[in-house]
Ligand binder design. Sequence first.
Ligand code: FES
Length: 153
Amino acid sequence: MKTPSLYSKEIMKHFKHPKNIGIIKDADGIGESGNIVCGDIMKIYIKVKNNKIADIKAECFGCIVAIANTSLLTTMVKGMNLKDALEVTKDDIVKKLGGVPPLKYHCSLLAIDALSEAIYNYYKKNNIPIQEKLKDKHERIQQSIESIEKRAK
Ligand code: FES
């Protein structure tokens, strides 16, 4: 397949051969995110060992950019401690992907949001104190999902 000029080689590489796709049945944390602009959703599953992401899998129901983002992010954060994983931004991902068309910029949030929700879920389940910043992010993501669900009905 010829690479559409809209997307970088790095995006197409991850889109054609996405990494860490699937589910983890006995996940320690599960996070779901939804994109308020397009209504696409995704889920991330993590296994945590010694405060690090020992394994990560994702189900992405999004576009080419969202799939490439998911593949890259999951590759980057595997083995990372949870605090550092929460510091990865959509700009970090976009840069590593060699840029994203402006119209597709919102797609870069899906994976980042689902990852922070998976970490939030892990903290919550294990009674680990949650920083205000992460709580606020959780609220925003939950509102997006609720809004998408309302529109879908
Ligand atoms: Fe929905 Fe890209 S158009 S995630």
